[in-house]
Structure formats: C-alpha cells, structure tokens
Design a protein around this ligand. Structure first.
Ligand SMILES: Nc1ncnc2c1ncn2[C@@H]1O[C@H](COP(=O)(O)OP(=O)(O)O)[C@@H](O)[C@H]1O
Ligand SMILES: [Mg+2]
Length: 398
C-alpha cells in the first residue's frame, strides 16, 4: 500500500503532502478510538528532486507513528541500539507468543527514526511490513527505484534482486527493518546483507532463526512502573475525566497483564466514556468473563492469557467506536482497515466509492455482529448513502 516516498529533506520537518491515516493495526486488533491523540502524518513530501538525482537520505516505507504517551523503555532501547551498533541482524521478539501488542513495532519504529537522526545517520532507511514474501519483494523493488531512479524497469523480483546486490556492495550506511515477520522461511533469498548495513527484525515467533542473527531481544510487557507512567500520561489532565481517574490504575494494569496494546484500548474507552480506571475494571470484568467461557484457554499454551485480555479490551473499544457519530460505521470501517496496510492507508482508499458501498451495505444489514448488540451499539438503520464526509469521520484518528 505504500507509494514511493520522495527523500526526506534533512533537518526539516517534512510537510504532510497527502492525508494518510495512521493505523494501529497490531495483530489485526489494535485500533485507537476517540483518544484525542494528535496524529502526525509523517508522509515525506516535498518538491520532486530533479529527474534521476537521488537526494540522500532515502526513506522507503514508513513506520507507524509514535504511540501516544510513548514509554522509552530505556533497557530495551539500549539493547536494540547495541544490537544495531554491531554488525549482523537484530531480532526483536517477545517473551510471550500470541496476539502481539507488547510494543515490538513501536520500539523498532523508534530505532528507525533514531537511525535517521543519529550522529552517524543512515543514508538509506527501509521500513518493510514483512507479512508476506510478496510484500517484501515489492518493498525492495520500491527501494531500488528510489535509490536508482535512472535504472530501467523490470519486474518486482528483478528490481528486488538488484536492490539486494546493491546493498551488498554499497558504502552508504543503510538500515532495513523487517517488521512483523510472519515466517523466516518466507524470506529465503531475501535477507539483506552488506558491510554498511544493519537489519532489524520484529516477529512474534520466538523460534525465529534468521541468517546472520546477532542478537535476539525479548520484548515483554510493560513493567509496573511503565504501565503506571503510561496510564498517568494518557489520563492526567484530560478534560471530562472524573477526579480520581487514576485510582486503581495499578489494578487495571494488572488486569490487562501490563500489555501495552490492551492498555491503549483501555485508555481509549476510559476517555471516551469519561470514567475512572476503577469503573473500567468492572466493565472489563463483565466483558471478559463470557469471552473466557466462549474461548476457554488451553492451559499452558502461551499467549492465551493475552488473547483473552485483548479480546475483552478490544471488543469494548470497538463497541464504543461503533456508537460514535456516524453511528454504525466504525465497525465496518475497522473490518475494512484490518485487511489493509497496518501502518498507513491513503485516505482516498477509505473514502472511495467501493469503500463507501461496502460501509453502506454493512451498516444497512439488519443484524449487527453479537459484540455490537449492547446498549451502546445496537442495530442502526442506515438507508441513506454513506457520504465521503461520513466515511472520513468513521476513521477516528483524533
Ligand atoms: N513504548 C510504548 N509506549 C506507549 N505505548 C506503547 C508502547 N509500545 C506499545 N504501545 C501501545 O501498544 C500498541 C501495540 O504496540 P506494537 O508496537 O504495535 O506491538 P507489537 O508490534 O509488539 O504487536 C501501540 O499501538 C501502542 O498503543
Ligand atoms: Mg508489530
């Protein structure tokens, strides 16, 4: 889904050239609603470079925006930094397999941005969502075109091969991030390597063995202190929240297993509903119990605990989004978004005729999915067409 990105002008804030929605789609489950987040469209625009001239650094692809109330996690940050300072591939994995949401992508994105601003900044930075072999090949092809504008055509595979050969020999410092690698076997013949390069991989697979692997860094959940700092940063001073909003914040962190993604879901609902952490804990308990009965955990199977947690926090957040104006459109919009690029989708796609026809058909259907039948998100009669403006507002990023 990513288009070619012209080089980012050094030392300046790139002007947002095109509206793109930043989508928090971790594990297909992450999504923030009504959080009052300030979104940054870090699409690197700017005047087109003279034909065939390359302006360094070249940035291809884009990491997700930095999370609201971002926690630096200095221990992990330093280990990643050290991994990238040595040659070889650094792999970010997580202690617990399952639905993700521990913050691997956020840490990789921070490292990616830092690599572009460091004293010895990289000259080529490529962010790849490595969900499939095809996605990786097309990202490399795009990177080849961006670094070699004068080079002729060829299909994606040819261009990708040429990019890999170039990486192997170039003296320009480069970084390739392969985010959310599903299966290392997908990348046979596609591992970037070269004396001036670094590779950073994030994956949910603990067993991921990748060629040239130097360091594996397990990314677990927030510490107690990080979860507390996160909740406090997100919820303090937000207009409309009751005094004592943070009472039982530690209990809430414990309830959601200190999982960053679940905490993000929780704060979205707390802010939307104008409630306290204590009140949210009761909502979540009511929501999680039936889910746990529906999907009993297999004892000892890592990840199930988080799957339940995220199912509960997610379904509450989705239900609230569904009730927001334009009522009934957020859920179908989320379903649409869930099959697109997790890190950014051009607005034009989401407000296009086919997208709006889909939203209309879904919203007009009489039976809402079971998780939306609660008081806040009942069936909605939609008989009129979904306007561009309604589609735009259904994507609530701020
Ligand atoms: N360091 C952090 N500070 C604040 N929020 C975070 C942090 N890491 C993760 N989050 C929250 O958790 C969500 C999921 O994080 P992400 O990095 O996408 O997880 P993963 O890649 O491990 O699945 C983010 O969108 C954000 O809301
Ligand atoms: Mg991720």
């Amino acid at each position: 889904m990513t288009g070619p990105h012209p080089p980012m002008p050094a030392g300046t804030d790139p002007p947002p050239a095109v509206d793109r929605y930043d989508v928090d789609g971790s594990g297909g489950q992450g999504w923030q609603v009504g959080t009052g987040n300030q979104q940054v469209n870090n699409y690197y625009g700017g005047p087109p470079a003279a034909a065939n001239a390359v302006e360094w650094p070249v940035v291809v692809g884009r990491p997700p925006r930095q999370a609201d109330a971002f926690q630096v996690r200095p221990g992990l940050r330093d280990r990643i930094r050290a991994g990238l300072a040595s040659s070889g591939t650094t792999v970010l994995t997580q202690v617990v397999a399952g639905d993700g949401g521990t913050g691997k992508t956020q840490l990789a994105a921070a490292a990616f941005r830092a690599a572009l601003t460091d004293r010895r900044a990289v000259e080529v930075a490529v962010w790849v969502t490595a969900a499939s072999r095809a996605a990786v090949i097309s990202a490399y092809a795009e990177a080849h075109a961006a670094t070699h504008p004068a080079a002729g055509g060829g299909d994606d595979q040819e261009q990708a091969d040429r990019f890999l050969s170039w990486l192997a020999g170039t003296g320009r410092r480069w970084l390739v991030v392969l985010d959310d690698l599903a299966d290392p076997a997908d990348l046979a013949g596609l591992w970037p390597d070269g004396p001036a390069g670094r590779v950073l991989v994030t994956t949910r697979r603990r067993d991921a063995a990748v060629p040239g692997q130097a360091a594996v860094i397990d990314v677990g959940v927030f510490t107690d202190a990080e979860a507390g700092a996160y909740l406090s940063a997100k919820l303090s001073g937000v207009a409309g929240l009751p005094a004592g909003v943070l009472v039982e914040a530690a209990g809430l962190a414990n309830d959601v297993g200190w999982l960053p993604l679940a905490l993000a879901h929780a704060t979205a609902v707390i802010i939307n509903d104008g409630i306290t952490c204590a009140a949210y804990r009761r909502l979540l308990a009511d929501r999680t119990r039936p889910l746990a009965e529906l999907f009993p955990a297999t004892p000892g199977q890592a990840g199930d605990e988080y799957a339940h947690t995220v199912a509960g926090t997610w379904s509450l957040a989705r239900q609230r989004a569904q009730a927001l104006d334009p009522a009934g459109l957020a859920g179908p919009m989320l379903d649409l978004i869930s099959v697109m690029d997790p890190n950014g989708i051009p607005e034009a796609v989401l407000i296009s005729d086919p997208a709006r026809a889909y939203l209309h058909a879904r919203a007009a259907a009489s039976t809402p999915p079971p998780d939306e039948s609660g008081p806040a998100g009942g069936a909605v009669e939609v008989t009129v067409e979904v306007t561009v403006e309604a589609a735009r507002r259904a994507v609530r990023t701020g």
